[in-house]
Design a protein around this ligand. Structure first.
Ligand code: F2R
Ligand code: MG
Ligand code: MG
Length: 349
């Protein structure tokens, strides 16, 4: 489909759920041989396994809250979104949440809270979380707001409900921007895609708080820009080993060690790769490659899935994979509603 087509919206939301559900199998594994990944993905074609047998985790649980809140208010409402996160956690606490964020979610359930951003600020002795929990649920912001400035603003605020460290919420901004650009067809020109992300993040990371956090945490002056430059260097190479990707970009639970990695997975898999089956299309390659990195596989595959799904569209996702994943059909339905909201927006495209 063309820019911001319904197929791209459906692809983004459904592939994010898919990445989370199929990635859950390997989350936390240090080494994941590609044979094991392909075995796992092949098993999804087995129709006798029934539907929805792979559960979604916190990544999808929180993204669903983001989607439902935005749809209910036709925009961003911080109290409502915070309330939905807390309610969802209370009803289903065993979705594999990060060990820190659960304290925020418990505090957010209080009806007496005057500032819904305060519990997140109290995390980690006032430093705030730099985990990827804001980024893993950031894609819907790109599907709700047509203007790039709004995507930046609301992805940041939505992440700050749980992640007050700039290395957490700037990761969410980067993920939302990647989905936003992909939705417009920007991945047709991969070099321009990465350059645009670097230009945006140069600005995002120029504020005092980002500079201060980077200094305290002993990161590069602009940590996400630094990683995106590494992504560009790796993209330019004809051969890159999984070990090099992990050592250059990371595969961990921090936003800095997973959002640029997810972006690399998408870019690397735009072309067929020797290690991946010839019959795989780009979306299937992206998911398989994300899992083979090991580490935070559900979240990296979820974020890469959203970016790739916005590029390839819903037709690129095998129906047998969709059938296996809890919440995939629901994501498909809500994607349609987001598409309507996006195109109704008085802010224009
Ligand atoms: N948590 C997991 N997976 C591991 C456990 C799974 C579960 N126990 C099970 O077996 O089912 N996955 C999910 O968590 C990630 C998103 O985490 P989020 O929302 O960012 O959580 P949190 O707690 O804020 O941060 C995660 C960890 O990062 C470290 N950290 C963050 N900020 C820190 C800081 N300022 N100083 C020191 N450490 C910091 C902590 O270790 C946090 O616990 C996703 O992968 C999702 O799938
Ligand atoms: Mg998870
Ligand atoms: Mg994870």
């Amino acid at each position: 489909g063309g820019p911001a087509s319904l197929s791209r919206f459906r692809g983004a939301l459904v592939a994010a759920v898919l990445g989370d559900c199929v990635g859950g199998e390997f989350e936390g594994a240090e080494e994941v041989p590609m044979e094991r990944v392909l075995q796992h993905l092949n098993s999804l074609d087995d129709e006798t396994k029934g539907t929805g047998n792979l559960d979604y985790s916190d990544d999808t649980a929180m993204a669903r809250c983001v989607v439902r809140s935005i749809l209910a208010h036709a925009g961003y409402d911080e109290r409502d979104m915070a309330h939905r996160f807390a309610k969802e956690y209370g009803e289903s606490p065993d979705r594999g949440y990060g060990t820190g964020v659960v304290h925020v979610l418990k505090k957010l359930s209080s009806s007496h809270l005057s500032d819904v951003y305060q519990p997140a600020r109290d995390q980690f002795n006032g430093r705030g979380s730099f985990g990827n929990g804001g980024a893993m649920r950031a894609a819907p912001f790109a599907l709700a707001f047509p203007k790039l400035a709004d995507v930046r603003r609301f992805a940041r605020l939505g992440a700050m409900l749980t992640h007050s460290c700039s290395l957490g919420y700037n990761g969410a901004v980067l993920q939302a921007l990647a989905v936003h650009l992909s939705l417009q067809g920007a991945l047709d020109l991969p070099q321009q895609f990465i350059s645009r992300l670097i230009t945006e993040m140069e600005d995002v990371e120029s504020d005092d708080m980002s500079r201060k956090d980077a200094r305290i945490l002993k990161e590069a002056e602009k940590p996400f820009c630094d990683r995106l430059h590494r992504v560009r260097d790796l993209m330019d190479r004809s051969k890159v080993s999984i070990e090099e990707v992990i050592s250059e970009l990371g595969n961990g639970i921090a936003a800095l060690h997973s959002v640029p990695t997810a972006i690399f997975c998408v870019l690397h898999c735009l072309e067929p790769r020797e290690c991946l089956p010839e019959n795989y299309g780009g979306l299937e390659r992206t998911i398989a490659y994300s899992l083979a990195l090991g580490g935070d596989t559900d979240t990296i595959a979820c974020m890469a899935g959203a970016i790739a799904g916005a590029h390839y569209g819903i037709e690129a996702i095998p129906q047998s994979w969709i059938n296996c994943c809890e919440g995939a059909e629901d994501a498909d339905v809500t994607a349609e509603r987001l598409h309507v909201l996006y195109h109704q927006s008085p802010q224009g495209g």
